[in-house]
Ligand binder design. Sequence first.
Ligand code: MLT
Length: 435
Amino acid sequence: MPERGLDSVPFRVWNEALTIKTMPNINDNFLKLQAGYLFPEIGRRVNAFAESHPEAAKRLIRCGIGDVTEPLPMAAIEAMHRAVDDLSTHERFHGYGPEQGYFWLREAIAKKAYQAHGVHVEVDEIYVSDGAKCDTGNILDIFGPGNRIAVPDPVYPVYVDTNVMAGNTGSSSPDGSYEGLVYLPCTPENNFVPQLPDEHVDLIYLCFPNNPTGAVASRNELLKWVEYARANRAIILYDSAYEAFIQDSSIPRSIFEIPGARDCAIEFRSFSKQGGFTGVRCGYVVIPKELHGYDSEGNKVSISRLWSRRTSTKFNGASYIVQRGAAALFTMEGMAQTAALISHYLGNASLLLNACRQAGMRVWGGENAPYVWVQCPDGLDSWQMFDKMLHEANVVITPGSGFGSRGEGFFRISAFNSRENVDEVCRRIHSLFAR
Ligand code: MLT
């Protein structure tokens, strides 16, 4: 390898005789990542706009990142206050908790989030964490190199970027896709629910209700995926962070409602959107005991054993205070308050959906999901639409192309906002586009 020079001093010096390397190597895979992560990049552009247009910046309404705006359910607030007080006493003090999460929270999840809906999940199959974003990224720790990995397109960028970081891809193409990943097109023609791939894949990311398109998958569609995964010995990484938004009782909230899924799926869930916990941080992973992967010699290995080992090594558990808050969401009051929160955001989604529709745009999502997915009008591309909304309506949206090449020509509006702001966004969409 030729040495690179820096002021005539060798930049990288190897002492081959002693095999001592004198400078740290970085993970080169990070250099394959494109620019910034989508939301910080949007933040950067919005800040630049605000600096150069201070008056318009006062009118800015942010419907870009899916971050909650409303106060937390009071049941969670009160439980967290009590938990803080616990820590002030010797009797109720808590230091390190169990890495997998406190039993009382895992039991509440098993009973209220699954068994109450007729889904078989056991307490020791649940791993409490600080959020689904971390979990969907960290899960790659337990999978080896060489897997064929399928991701929807458009897609929540975390799935792709964490695979790039892990070295599971080649470099990126001008359209933003990465060599080595199998992209599953999600388009108006398939209602944004991907078709099965023609080839074998080992890991499949699915997210329903979907971020960014707001699409939901029917029982039959999920059944096809479970059958495919079982036939191909593949594992489905199922992100159901938005399940609480499902209103239609015929739509599955969990992949484990589908027969056979316990053999082939991991489910990721979050309190971020359900309970307004984006700033509090709590989520969980469900790994059924039946789920296995294979070592390099083809022996079956329990996935939960690996995840448990990973978790106890790298994580000391979500905080006691936060877990008390999360558990309170499953009390009678907590569930009623959560339902009111969800209904507020879904009301927003419905207003945004109608405003875009009345302005003549094609829209999807927004009925069982907090995201409205819109085709850009007038042949604009996604970033042109972002700029138009920012400069002419002073509204921040998310450009669809930021979620993948199939997102080009679309944009996403997040319904996480106050009703007052959403009403105002609807007025601005009307005055900008209605003809
Ligand atoms: C989004 O806007 O897509 C969400 O905030 C993503 C997330 O929850 O990390």
